[in-house]
Design a protein around this ligand. Structure first.
Ligand code: AMP
Ligand code: TRP
Length: 326
């Protein structure tokens, strides 16, 4: 059976971008493949985190996975740091990765730009991600477009290891939503930037934002000149982004949306957009609340780690053996 792996960092409040670009697809995959979804806390630690916030957010991401439709009886949900093989394999892979490869990573360049104290782990972060994926003999990795380069590096490392040591790893493929279907949801305040967890609050919709906050953020979202609602990434990047969000939340096509709102102005479009986003998030928020009873998520995560651990350990041992570790 095909294997699927993906991870989300507990580094901030999950956004509509995380949902539409990645998590929504996790739920689809669980019925077609054996799935592993991980809260990648070790990745979050590559930049400073408040320990209390990290602890709370780690559970929050796991709860939101389930609230977004992942069934813990079907897919395996676990915390990255609970399976020691992730950190161990990372070391072995670091010994097989070149500095030049990591220096080319655009996400590292963006995240380190202008910062004084950048951790060594931020630089080696893509190798930890490769370890996550390769440990589970993963065939497919659902991610947003921003992770494409990291997936290419993962494939390069897997192919290199296989060439040097014989068949050790499955070479994974990314699954990135096709254009206009969520792979890159943009900021509400600047349509040239992606919607991100860590950015200022008005630029992104958090999955747990209450309805009035969602409505307010959408109302104040930037728009383009003119008043026509039509899909045009070059002339109307802001409206096009809002149309993609509308389309993904409602199931209506971009053409239908343009036909409905084309000439009625931005105000009516934004009001209805707020309604469809609220309708999408309300059931997710209700399920999230149900999971907040003490002990519930902890036991799901313990069971997930117990399932992931032996699979990861087997892959790690395979490479240790080939590399000559006694
Ligand atoms: P992160 O927030 O970096 O942990 O990302 C978790 C997942 O959400 C990854 O697969 C990202 O590619 C995806 N993602 C994050 N932001 C966006 C966005 N604005 N649009 C689409 N996908 C996104
Ligand atoms: N680097 C990814 C991000 O920031 C998160 C991640 C870590 C991941 N390990 C992974 C995604 C493995 C897919 C597979 O979004």
């Amino acid at each position: 059976m095909k294997r699927v792996f993906s991870g989300v960092q507990p580094s901030g409040e999950l956004t509509l971008g995380n949902y539409l670009g990645a998590i929504r697809n996790f739920a689809t995959f669980q019925h077609q493949a054996e799935c592993f979804f991980s809260v990648v806390d070790l990745h979050a630690l590559t930049v400073p985190q408040d320990p209390g916030n990290l602890r709370r957010r780690t559970h929050d991401v796991a709860k939101l996975f389930i609230a977004c439709g992942i069934d813990p009886d079907v897919a395996t949900i676990f915390i990255q740091s609970h399976v020691g093989a992730h950190a161990e394999l990372t070391w072995l892979l670091l010994c097989l990765t070149y500095m030049g490869e990591l220096q080319r990573m655009t996400q590292f360049k963006e995240k380190s730009q202008g910062k004084e104290n950048v951790s060594a782990a931020l630089f080696t972060y893509p190798v930890l991600m490769a370890a996550d994926i390769l440990l589970y003999d993963t065939h497919e990795v659902p991610v947003g477009e921003d992770q494409k380069q990291h997936l290419e590096l993962t494939r390069d490392i897997a192919i290199r290891v296989n060439n040097r040591f014989g068949e050790v790893f499955v070479v994974p493929e990314p699954y990135i939503p096709p254009k206009n279907t969520g792979g890159r949801i943009m900021s509400l305040t600047d349509p040239t930037k992606k919607m991100a967890k860590s950015a200022d609050a008005n630029s992104s919709i958090a999955l747990l934002d209450p309805p009035d906050v969602i409505a307010k953020k959408i109302k104040s979202a930037v728009t383009d000149s003119g008043r026509e609602v039509r899909y045009d990434e070059v002339e109307k990047p802001a409206i096009s982004n809002l149309m993609v969000i509308y389309s993904l939340c409602s199931g209506d096509s971009l053409d239908d949306i343009a036909a409905r709102y084309g000439t009625s102005g931005y105000g009516k479009f934004k009001k209805d957009l707020a309604d469809v986003v609220i309708q999408t998030l309300t059931p997710i928020q209700a399920r999230y609340e149900e999971l907040s009873e003490p002990g519930v998520i902890e036991s799901i995560l313990a069971a997930g780690a117990a399932k992931a651990e032996p699979i990861a350990q087997r892959t790690l041992s395979r490479l240790q053996d080939k590399m000559g570790i006694v």
